[in-house]
Design a protein. Structure first.
Lengths: 130, 381
């Protein structure tokens, strides 16, 4: 999941029912379970994004850094991640949340497909810490 | 302008089905049962917002053609167990439409757990909750229809996955004329459709008691701020004696709700809240409570037409909200794989020094996003 692999793929690989993995993820996200060891790939750089251990991500997720967004999906997702962040104490599960946010901001481009082109010229705007 | 979606007589809808068009159809059950099999999904509801204003019709159906897809859309029923996979199985590029029968297990499941579904918020998901004529509430059941088989179901959702070509992307937005009022901040200890105990400005309280003692107009929903997206939860019934309040959607713990500020002129406010230029509306629906409380019968809602429903789906399940999906044109070069990235495409590309460093956020989006590309410095909660 750190690497953006879907539930279905993980379940196929490990011969697990999707429902069981979903329940486990739900427990992790509600602070009711912990992970034992960090995967080595957590800090794998995503092009153009700060590393996963950059404190910037924690600031976004704990709400100390705010941004104004217009995409409904991103607003709802960040709200959910912030709620989860507030109750998750396990550093490894928190790392999963960081990765989830990073994926949605700049999703992994490992899979072949028509949408894997380069990042277009971006508008550079500024969001400050409140 | 939206000229394709419209209320129409059954023979015309049947012609479109027979011609092989892919359609999403809303109508009274008796009307839907007269339609032939084909590439369509449907749900029961006889209330519609049309170009001529809000209408009730039992013998016409509201047809939303699904066009511009890259591959033929996939249509299927999903029972409660299969519902959590709805986003996971959706196309990487495209969108999904889902219709769920009101009061069904699927309705409860989706309302309570959709935010936790795998890939939720990463792939556009719109839809609505099927209902019935309010006169028939006691004897009729909301149902959905899978057109290819003609199956009607009151215990399954029906879904259509629509893959889009690389040069197009889908974007969901909502129109909500309610804003949080100046009353106390309300926080609930647990998720649920029925609530009682809560905190009111950090003091222990009971929502039913508060609503009754403060004389709150229960047509006003609870409103929560999701990082700038205002999401409503509508009040169904208040029982002061038992201290219970029934809701049309669940509240979630940890979120801060407030009763919405009163709206003086529903229709005028509604028109003010409508989006300006919406290039290509592929789907829209509105809440039956807006139809009832806003007096929208015979009143127009601009280009945003569709069924008035027992619940709207814009990723999750807001109440008293208009949901719409538009398809926009973007260059393939600038496109990403996932819709959130397509919608917002933030690219954190430069970090300034110091503890008060700025976060430069660039959008990996092209000019097609227009003024939606604005990202400013502000706290979102």
């Amino acid at each position: 999941m750190h690497d953006g692999i879907g539930f279905g793929t993980i379940c196929d690989l490990l011969d697990l029912p999707v429902a069981e993995l979903w329940k486990f993820k739900h427990r992790l996200e509600n602070g009711k379970a912990v992970l034992a060891a960090p995967p080595a790939s957590r800090n794998e750089p995503l092009p153009g994004l700060p590393a996963a251990d950059d404190p910037l991500w924690e600031s976004l997720l704990d709400g100390s850094l705010g941004i104004e967004m217009h995409a409904l999906g991103l607003k709802l997702l960040l709200t959910k991640l912030r709620e989860q962040w507030a109750v998750i104490g396990d550093p490894e599960v928190r790392a999963l949340k960081v990765q989830e946010l990073r994926r949605c901001i700049d999703p992994p481009r490992k899979k072949p497909g028509p949408r894997t082109g380069p990042i277009a010229p971006a508008r550079h705007l500024r969001a400050e810490r409140p | 302008m939206n000229r394709q979606q419209t209320l129409m007589p059954l023979p015309l809808a049947a012609e479109m089905i027979a011609a092989g068009q892919v359609l999403c159809i809303a109508g009274d059950e008796a009307a839907l049962r007269q339609l032939p099999r084909g590439q369509w999904i449907g749900g029961t509801i006889p209330y519609f917002m049309t170009g001529d204003g809000g209408q009730v019709s039992r013998d016409q159906v509201f047809v939303t053609p699904v066009t511009g897809f890259a591959e033929p859309p996939r249509l299927r029923l999903r029972d409660r167990a299969a519902l959590p996979g709805i986003c996971r199985d959706a196309p990487e590029s495209g969108y999904s439409i889902v219709i769920i029968p009101a009061f069904s297990d699927c309705h409860v499941e989706f309302a309570q757990h959709a935010p936790d579904y795998e890939e939720m918020y990463l792939k556009p998901l719109v839809g609505w909750i099927a209902g019935v004529h309010l006169d028939d509430l006691a004897q009729a059941k909301p149902r959905v229809v899978l057109g290819p088989t003609g199956d009607f179901a009151d215990d399954c959702a029906v879904a259509m996955d629509v893959p889009l070509p690389p040069e197009r992307f889908a974007q969901i937005d909502i129109v909500n004329l309610f804003h949080p009022g100046h009353g106390p901040a309300i926080v609930f200890p647990a998720s649920g459709f029925t609530v009682g105990a809560c905190s009111l400005d950090d003091q222990p309280g009971n929502l039913a008691e508060y609503l009754a003692s403060a004389g709150i107009d229960t047509r006003l929903p609870l409103v929560a701020d999701y990082c700038g997206a205002l999401v409503n939860v509508s009040i169904k019934a208040v029982d002061r004696a038992s201290g219970r309040v029934e809701l049309y959607a669940p509240v979630f713990p940890g979120l801060e709700y407030r009763i919405a500020a009163p709206v003086d002129d529903y229709v005028a406010s509604f028109h003010q809240a409508l989006p300006g230029q919406t290039p290509e509306i592929a789907f829209s629906c509105n809440c039956i409570l807006n139809y009832l409380h806003s007096g929208l019968h015979g009143k127009q809602t601009g280009d945003l037409v569709g069924p008035f429903t027992f619940g709207e789906i814009g990723y999750q399940l807001p109440n008293q909200t208009l949901v719409y999906l538009d398809r926009q044109l973007g260059s393939q070069q600038g496109r990403r794989r996932r819709p959130v990235a397509q919608e917002e495409s933030m690219h954190l590309d430069a970090i300034g020094p110091g503890s008060a460093r700025g976060l430069h956020i660039g959008r990996a989006a092209d000019a097609a996003y227009g003024d939606k590309a604005q990202i400013a410095g502000a706290d979102c909660r």
